[in-house]
Design a binder for this molecule. Sequence first.
Ligand code: NAI
Ligand code: MG
Length: 496
Amino acid sequence: MTQDPTIPLRAALAQAPAQQFIDGDFRTPCGDGLIDILDPATGALLSQASAGEAADIDAAVKAARQAFDDGRWSGLPPARRQDMLLKLADLVAADADALALTESLDNGMPLMMAKMGGVMGAVGMLRYFAGWATKLGGETITPSWPGEWLGYTRREAVGVVGAITPWNFPLVMAVGKLAAALAAGCTVVLKPAEQAPLSAMRLARLVAEAGFPAGVVNIVTGYGHQAGAALVAHPGVDKISFTGSTLVGQQILRESAATMKRVTLELGGKSPTFIFGDADLERAIPAAAMGIFGNAGQVCAAGSRLFVHTSVFDRVAEGLTARAQSLRVGPGTDPATEMGPLISARQRDRVASYIEAGREAGVSLLAGGNTKGDAGYFIEPTILLEPGADLSVSREEIFGPVLCLMRFGDDDLDTIAARGNDSQYGLSSAIWTQDITRAHKLANRLRAGTVRINGSGPPDPALPLGGFKASGFGRENGRAGLEIYTELKTVTVALT
Ligand code: NAI
Ligand code: MG
């Protein structure tokens, strides 16, 4: 009989010392504060991480500053930076099983998602951005001045990047920011989320093994209001790249003004999906279900508002209800699990209180609505039937497996789009119809950073991702996602 693979990993995590990765070394933290890292499937203690303080952040920023200013990274030939990123990609790929198991234990997500979306997603990010290291460049521009001139632009690394990441996809979020910043020639201080820092600390070992110059990558665990806030306030940091809540994003924007940091924010969403009467329901129904129940709804681009044409409403509602009721909910490390727990008791209670608020407002439920099991932070896949557009469940990001299901009739596209756009957010959206004119006209009318027509795959490193309105600004991934880590310099030369 094969042994439960989580047993040796749990033992190793329980004994792992709480360290910070600074200037190429694993260091004893400045303070002795510890963060309990819990298994969201049981609530049991998995490990402890250092509650990094301003002094740890200061040491990390100084190391990153030194490494940036002396050109040990930005001054390397671009092909060398590419090779280092490819080396790290290979090391991450070789460690895929253990990394995925770590991520699944720490975050609660199904093991397959941790492996494909998490670890292999991270490998894809590293390989994609490795290629950009040698392709970053500017333009040649001729000024209209009298005489003969040469003008050109350069893309230069912005400097020291503070990367602050959330717990919903811990590894791929951290690696995505690292890969783009490093390709551009920046050095980085990464502050992973306090709820799920274990994959980032495992990544630190791979960074050390890959042989990056000291100080190029630093990883400091800690709470947001301590380590995170210290990173945002530090004058040695040139740019903050943040993914997380809108509230903290706004705070970071305010705090960054004092030191004029560049800021990229990838924040929340309340993303609409539209299923028209002519849609391929065989594909649209499971996609809509995964769009909200995948990773227990803890996805920035989750399709949390579903608008269905009245002619197919009953079929879609039945299909979704059947899916919600049959989804296997359990620990992420159980291979049979399709939906894991929420990240924490706090997040579970937060989601439950939204459902409760909906119930109190008289909203009826097609499925779910309850917490599940005695241990762990489980919530049933939940469908709310036509909640009023002004209710908190319809307006706020719940970040749990809770779908708002609405219907629409034969309205014009402006009216349909307006319902989708009736949100402070504008991160993503989805359209299901066979009518290409309708699909593209609606795509033009939606105020969202992404529109998916008739399906989509996992996040692709080549596709820009980011939000309109309160969903943030700046774009990650693609060329745009590289350029956010650069400054544009104009050079002119008199040739006369
Ligand atoms: P959060 O925004 O507090 O945490 C995200 C990251 O920011 C963590 O690393 C945290 O330590 C850090 N942080 C917190 N306060 C900070 C501060 N003052 N200065 C610098 N860094 C700080 O998100 P939280 O509290 O974990 O989740 C609350 C809600 O936020 C969720 O229910 C969800 O609605 C939303 N959220 C959205 C995410 C997305 O992917 N867009 C990811 C995580 C949360
Ligand atoms: Mg918070």
